[in-house]
Write a protein that binds this ligand. Structure first.
Ligand SMILES: [Zn+2]
Length: 64
């Protein structure tokens, strides 16, 4: 099951091909092959690249 890689929320919505949106984080995720891009959705609809730290541990990879 796909979950939000930032907060682990399961109720993320699909907004396009390979595109998902987490309403908890107001973040949009775009999967391209093996690469995950995260964007911050602004009030005016603009997508800003969401920069994660080097120690970013995507919740989607957690097993517990
Ligand atoms: Zn989230």
């Amino acid at each position: 099951m796909l979950v939000c890689p930032v907060c682990g929320e399961r109720s993320i919505g699909k907004v396009g091909i390979g595109q998902y949106y987490c309403k908890e984080c107001c973040l949009e995720f775009v999967y391209k092959k093996d690469k995950l891009n995260i964007y911050n959705l602004q009030d005016d609809g603009t997508l800003i690249q969401y920069v994660v730290g080097e120690d970013f541990d995507p919740a989607i990879q957690k097993t517990s």
